[in-house]
Design a protein around this ligand. Structure first.
Ligand SMILES: Nc1nc2c(ncn2[C@@H]2O[C@H](COP(=O)(O)OP(=O)(O)O)[C@@H](O)[C@H]2O)c(=O)[nH]1
Ligand SMILES: [Mg+2]
Ligand SMILES: [Zn+2]
Length: 367
């Protein structure tokens, strides 16, 4: 299997960055210290060179990740090595996850790159999740991260069929609610098994664009990726027929090239996405609140109990849903907290660095 690099998104701007004597390849998947890459001469399993390992040890953000463009060098022993990660056009970074600390917020201030060089971020949210409707707060959070990544968010309300026959009104209302939770963002209803909306989703990848699909587990992300790829490339969740146990769920992030160009990255459900150095993203998702805030009496209004608050007035008049102001507050606090964590980490790194230098100087001055 060989690849036409231009269908994988390779362009002249990247060619200019490629070190001499190396071969370009796109990272399709990573697995502890090794990557599966797509190159003009086929797929390869490559290990990381010394330079990559060194920079990743200093900062995990430098680790190769799915979607990266890499420079490969051919080793005498007859295999490629991943010598360098080319500068990223965009990166989807999440704060450290899995650690819940004081305040109930997760994150250790260390970012992790989920996907690189992504043009479009599909935020998949099921129209119904057991008995609950789509979670608007989760959409806001992922859309904020998407803006921050440099990609363009598009919200996909999956499993549109769950509204059932005659549910068109309910679905229309839901789409309207989602549209107001993500101003300026395209929102579409999708039902992958019937193919509804799939061609429209595919059109976002025209021109060899790269998309990542985010959303909770069970949203139908892998089913959508299979529909886009017109084949069973990703396993979807189902009860294993043989023993009736276990569910196939996506555990790896994987880049899938589509025939005719364009790529899509499938991801496991993200349970908790911390906001990492988030600033503009939150403002963009809450552009309606930002705009109202311009009419508040005080320029530093926190939209709580201040007199002349245009945001509170909009909540009272019903123009702005109360849920949305609460969500804004939550994400603002979280972003501020993340920023402080990151500052603290940078400070302690700085201190560590100086301690090492001082130790070395002392060592050297000793006779
Ligand atoms: N009713 C319905 N079920 C769907 C749809 N898309 C996916 N599913 C089912 O939802 C389950 C989870 O899908 P999967 O693609 O594995 O979700 P993922 O965890 O987001 O990758 C599977 O049993 C799918 O068959 C849909 O549009 N409608
Ligand atoms: Mg999946
Ligand atoms: Zn205000």
């Amino acid at each position: 299997m060989s690849y036409d690099l231009s269908l994988l998104g390779w362009h002249d701007g990247l060619a200019a960055l490629l070190p001499e004597g190396t071969v370009p390849a796109r990272v399709a998947r990573v697995d502890r210290g090794a990557a599966e890459v797509l190159a003009a001469d086929g797929e390869h399993q490559v290990r990381y060179g010394a330079r990559v390992r060194r920079s990743a040890a200093a900062d995990p953000v430098a680790l190769p990740c799915v979607g990266d463009w890499a420079a490969l060098t051919w080793l005498d022993e007859g295999r490629y090595e991943l010598a360098e990660v080319l500068p990223r056009g965009s990166a989807f970074v999440r704060g450290g996850v899995g650690r819940v600390s004081r305040g109930g917020l997760s994150g250790d201030g260390q970012g992790q790159v989920l996907a690189a060089n992504v043009d479009v971020v599909f935020v998949a949210e099921p129209s119904m999740h057991s008995t609950d409707f789509a979670d608007l707060g989760r959409i806001e959070r992922l859309v904020a991260l998407a803006w921050e990544s440099g990609g363009t968010p598009v919200v996909l309300i999956t499993k549109a069929d769950l509204f059932g026959p005659g549910g068109e009104d309910g679905l229309r209302d839901l789409l309207a609610d989602v549209a107001s939770a993500a101003p300026g963002v395209d929102v579409h209803a999708v039902c992958s098994p019937t193919g509804e909306g799939v061609a429209l989703v595919r059109s976002y990848l025209d021109g060899a664009k790269t998309a990542v699909v985010l959303g909770p587990s069970g949203a139908g992300k892998s089913t959508l990726v299979n529909a886009l790829a017109e084949g069973e490339v990703m396993e979807t969740q189902h009860i294993r027929a043989a023993d009736g146990r276990g569910r196939h769920t996506t555990v790896h992030r994987q880049l899938i090239p589509l025939s005719g160009g364009g790529l899509v990255i499938d991801t496991p459900g993200i349970r908790r996405v911390g906001l990492y150095e988030m600033s503009d993203g939150v403002d963009m998702v809450f552009s309606d609140i930002e705009e109202l805030a311009g009419s508040c009496r005080f320029s530093d209004c926190r939209h709580q109990e201040e007199p002349g608050c245009a945001v509170q007035a909009a909540v009272e008049s019903g123009e702005l849903p109360e849920r949305r102001l609460a969500s804004w507050n939550k994400l603002q606090r979280e972003a501020a907290w993340m920023a402080r964590r990151t500052d603290a980490r940078l400070r302690s790194e700085e201190t560590r660095k100086w301690k090492t230098i001082h130790k070395q100087m002392r060592g050297r001055s000793r006779p």
